[in-house]
Design a protein around this ligand. Structure first.
Ligand SMILES: C[S@@+](CC[C@H](N)C(=O)[O-])C[C@H]1O[C@@H](n2cnc3c(N)ncnc32)[C@H](O)[C@@H]1O
Length: 275
């Protein structure tokens, strides 16, 4: 049986990926793996390692292969029906936690990453999360059960089937332009198109959601929308100012300094004019 050190040395993968997969198949922590270079790898574990290796060489991400991804310190189950939660989306969660709403609507919940992370930190917040994809909602349900939180999940195209009032509406909807060639292979080939693309400039769904929110009889106090930064920033900000002329509109930057979240603090005065 080959040893840990031999398999790591012979793998075609980056060292870090090879260590991750080997740790997974042996059920070893990184420290255990490091401490036992001469450990003989059983046949079944080796076969699993080679299957992971083969899959990784097709360009699939480690998270997609292992079927889990850490987000906001929590372990989320993921599969081919959901976007793998991104670290930059943690900004949206942090901003929600700062506001500490009593009720939250998470539009396009995917794996449930935003809704579940908020519920873990604000247990008294009433949370509704929706997605147009039933397969994505099944993943979100599973994650809410695994992580022990109660969230109301609704299958809905944006706000179509949503009723009730919310302090805060948050969304990380698709915002990649349809003809984008900038996506990594691990994303373009393995994550659902429905979770990625948002029309010619990427912002069709964001505009549609903002229009729907602006027409609500009872507007939320806050709206937080993730978007792609760059050219989208000015377009989205202008669009939001037209729809919410009396509200405070701010753009929040992520850790890389990229404009990432549009924040609308809805004016109650404006709400009164419209009702
Ligand atoms: C970019 S992914 C984000 C998933 C999750 N919110 C996150 O941050 O990881 C966008 C999600 O929006 C969903 N979606 C796409 N179009 C939608 C629509 N019209 N109404 C509701 N959800 C939609 C997709 O199925 C996908 O789960």
């Amino acid at each position: 049986m080959p040893k840990v050190s031999e398999v790591l040395a012979g793998s075609l993968l980056d060292r870090l990926d090879a260590e991750l997969f080997l740790g997974e198949v042996l059920n070893f922590t990184p420290t255990e793996l490091f401490a036992q270079p001469d450990f003989a790898i059983p046949e079944t574990a080796l076969a699993r390692f080679h299957a992971f290796e083969k899959s990784r060489l097709t360009g699939k991400s480690v998270a997609a292969i292992l079927g889990r991804k850490e987000f906001f310190g929590l372990d989320f189950f993921v599969n081919e029906n959901v976007l793998i939660p991104r670290p930059e989306t943690e900004l949206l969660v942090e901003e929600i936690l700062k506001i500490a709403p009593r009720s939250l609507l998470d539009v396009g919940t995917g794996s449930g990453a935003i809704a579940i992370s908020v519920k873990k930190n604000l247990p008294h917040c009433h949370i509704v999360a929706n997605d147009v994809s039933p397969a994505a909602l099944a993943v979100a349900q599973k994650n809410s059960q695994n992580l022990g939180v109660e969230i109301e999940f609704i299958e809905s195209d944006l706000l179509e089937k949503i009723s009730g009032e919310f302090d805060l509406v948050a969304a990380n909807l698709p915002y990649v332009p349809d003809d984008s060639h900038e996506l990594q292979k691990s994303v373009a080939d393995f994550e659902p198109r429905l979770a990625l693309f948002g029309g010619a400039d990427g912002m069709d769904l964001l505009r549609c959601l903002l229009r729907q929110i602006s027409k609500l009889a009872q507007k939320p106090k806050f709206v937080l929308l993730e978007f792609g930064g760059g050219v989208q920033t000015e377009i989205l900000e202008k669009f939001a100012r037209e729809l919410f002329p009396d509200s405070e509109i701010t753009i929040l930057l992520d850790l890389a300094g990229i404009a990432r979240v549009l924040k609308i603090t809805c004016s109650m005065e404006h709400e009164a004019h419209n009702t």
